[in-house]
Design a protein around this ligand. Structure first.
Ligand SMILES: Nc1ncnc2c1ncn2[C@@H]1O[C@H](COP(=O)(O)OP(=O)(O)OP(=O)(O)O)[C@@H](O)[C@H]1O
Length: 400
């Protein structure tokens, strides 16, 4: 067996010149004058090995230990905590794409309110992430269909992108530069005909078990962004792929580590590292994802501790009678921190009158609050849980 040298060279992406013709007249004369583009030709990586330096290897090992500890902490309270962490991750992942909404808008969108499109898109990102992580984790392998299904979940309700939801792109795309042609683009992904074979190759790489887990997830992410297989949503699906890869390798079993918060704090370095990967050096992207995962894991443990303590704190504050509607509603709000009146009835089994009385008690005690300000279609949130969502994101970003 040939030993790979440390920091072993990784193939640089190639370029090929493709004829270009603008499909519809738009942009400036310069856009219309573009006749050829230099599209990237990523290498096939399924059978390649990259051996990081000892320092980087050791950093990935420390990060994995922290992730596994956070995952163990999340065990047992899976429903509440896994939901919480998936939400933290997908909110931050959306913010990397400049899709932002505050926690209350996000909560209203979780409850089905569609008035804030960014918040609706964040909920779609949570669903896509959850779907990809659980499918790949349960099966123990990635299939192309999983990525298409995640993309479908992310984009199906998007007013512009819905027709492309769940499909590989059928047109040339580019990153940066003009909106109307690849003029001045930072990265021109591969030609259309190359996308499917490159994706099959990437899935082969992702399904290997003989690569250090964080090295595999980081390289796979960078390769995915090089391919840019979708018209839109490549950033968010590419980051969901990292969480799914860690689940498939058994690094996490219960939780999703919100590493997008760390990446968000270092957005420019992140984009730079994707460029460095194309030039044949995976070390910066592995280093950044390792750092983000490590910080996210440590800070998640603090959040998990806080969240686990909440049910007892709530009981202390509210002092519900045993067997009362209030007593039965508290754990329901722990598992489902955002609820409509229908949800309250469904999950608590309380009859409407009792349910509303119990809600009144919890609002009075400050455990939950109503966030629509309306008389109908009201939505209640567990305030502490919602606040912790922002808090975790803020702490991870501060430490990065
Ligand atoms: N210079 C670059 N080279 C390669 N990939 C990059 C570069 N800059 C950004 N990216 C990746 O592209 C993603 C964004 O892609 P793009 O701007 O095409 O948006 P998108 O495909 O709509 O994805 P999303 O909707 O999730 O943002 C970034 O999150 C990052 O992962």
């Amino acid at each position: 067996m040939n030993a790979s040298p440390v920091g072993s060279p990784w193939p640089e992406h190639g370029l090929e010149s493709l004829a270009w013709q603008q499909a519809t007249r738009a942009g400036t004369r310069d856009d219309r004058m573009v006749r050829s583009i230099d599209a990237t030709v990523p290498p096939f990586i399924e059978h390649l090995d990259y051996v990081p330096s000892l320092a980087l290897m050791s950093a990935t090992e420390s990060a994995l230990i922290a992730i596994a500890q956070a995952d163990t902490d999340a065990a047992g309270h899976s429903a509440a905590l896994s939901r919480f962490m998936i939400r933290t991750e997908s909110v931050a992942s959306s913010k990397i794409e400049r899709i932002t909404a505050n926690a209350e808008d996000f909560a209203r969108a979780i409850a089905g309110n569609r008035s804030n499109s960014s918040a609706v898109s964040m909920v779609a990102a949570s669903n896509a992430l959850h779907e990809l992580v659980t499918t790949v984790g349960d099966r123990g392998a990635f299939e192309l269909a999983d990525l298409l299904a995640a993309h479908q979940a992310l984009m199906r309700d998007d007013p512009f992108e819905a027709p492309y939801a769940g499909r590989l792109r059928d047109m040339q795309n580019w990153i940066g530069g003009s909106d109307y042609s690849p003029r001045g683009a930072l990265h021109i992904p591969p030609a259309l005909e190359r996308v499917e074979s490159l994706m099959r190759d990437l899935l082969g790489y992702l399904n290997r078990d003989d690569i250090p887990a964080l090295v595999q997830a980081s390289i796979a992410h960078a390769q995915f962004e090089s391919i840019h297989p979708f018209t839109d949503g490549n950033g968010r699906i590419g980051r969901a792929l990292v969480a799914a890869s860690l689940r498939r390798r058994g690094v996490t079993m219960h939780a999703v580590i919100p590493l997008a918060s760390g990446i968000l704090a270092r957005r420019n370095d992140y984009f730079g590292a994707l460029g460095t990967y194309r030039r044949g050096d995976p070390a910066p992207i592995i280093g950044l994802f390792t750092r983000a995962a490590h910080v996210a894991a440590l800070e998640s443990r603090r959040s998990i501790d806080r969240i686990k303590a909440l049910p007892a704190e709530w009981v202390d504050e509210v002092k519900p009678r045993r067997g009362s509607a209030v007593a039965s509603l508290l754990p329901v709000f722990f598992d489902h921190p955002v609820m409509t009146a229908d949800d309250v009835e469904r999950y608590s089994g309380a009859k409407t009158v009792q349910a509303y009385a119990a809600i009144g008690r919890l609002v009075e005690a400050g455990v939950i609050r109503e966030i629509t300000g309306r008389k109908r279609d009201r939505v209640w949130v567990a305030s502490d849980l919602l606040a912790e969502l922002d808090e975790l994101d803020r702490r991870i970003q501060a430490v990065m």
